[in-house]
Design a protein around this ligand. Structure first.
Ligand code: DX5
Ligand code: ZN
Length: 223
């Protein structure tokens, strides 16, 4: 296996009363990205957090902030999330009236751009986005909530995306998000995932141990 698999804990599952300590633990345990789930209650049924929380986290950590915008027409907020400290902004194809223009708006600010699709959106549609996206996020649950079970059919989409990457020379990192656990993560890596988002399987229980266990699985999968 080529590059090292990266872990992106999703703070949606964190204990917000102790958010600072939890982020420190995640960083000290060797997580690569910090996944930041923004939900607007319109594109997805739930509401999470936004720019003020991102700003205060940015002030305290140099971790790579992987911002996942589950919001309608995200082009309206690119500026705000760039100013709030995002290192990567992922938008949903289904939420953009002009997806390429939205990705360009992110990249021209010097921030990495990601494109995400929901489980029912065919992965074929992403063939044309390699040149515009630094990261492709294949959702393995319906976006909107943490703690859901991974939808098994989505693994086929990952396999296809892995194949497209080879066939069309797509350099975008392949990220997976939703329902990832220590039990299913090696299958997900075999299917082609390069960045693993996990909320409940990192933040529920012992954070340091959970991350250590994930990294052990990654190390074995890369052999
Ligand atoms: C769901 C979010 C995911 C979620 C992952 O809409 O995009 O990032 O927080 O949480 P788990 O790992 O618990 O499914
Ligand atoms: Zn997410």
């Amino acid at each position: 296996m080529g590059n090292r698999i990266k872990l992106a804990p999703s703070i949606l599952a964190a204990d917000f009363w102790n958010l600072g300590d939890q982020i420190k633990k995640v960083k000290d345990a060797g997580a690569d990205y910090l996944h930041f789930d923004v939900m607007d209650g319109v594109f997805v049924p739930s509401i999470s957090f936004g720019m003020p929380v991102l700003k205060s986290i940015r002030k305290q950590t140099d971790m790579f902030l992987d911002v996942h915008l589950m919001i309608q027409e995200p082009i309206r907020y690119i500026d705000e999330f760039v100013k709030s400290g995002a290192d990567l902004i992922t938008v949903h194809l289904e939420a953009c009236s002009e997806p390429v223009r939205t990705l360009k708006a992110i990249k021209e600010k010097g921030v990495k751009a990601g494109i995400s699709i929901k489980p029912s959106t065919p992965v074929e549609i992403l063939k044309g986005f390699g040149a515009h996206a630094d990261l492709i996020l294949v959702m393995t649950v319906e976006p909107g909530f943490g703690g859901q079970k991974l939808i098994p059919e989505t693994l086929e989409k990952l396999e296809k995306m892995k194949d497209y990457k080879k066939r069309y020379g797509i350099e975008s990192e392949l990220e997976v998000d939703g329902g990832v656990t220590l039990d299913n993560v090696s299958d997900i890596i075999k299917a082609g995932a390069e960045v693993i988002v996990s909320g409940s399987s990192v933040f529920k229980g012992d954070i340091t141990n959970n991350i250590k266990s994930f990294k052990e699985v990654f190390a074995n999968a890369s052999k």
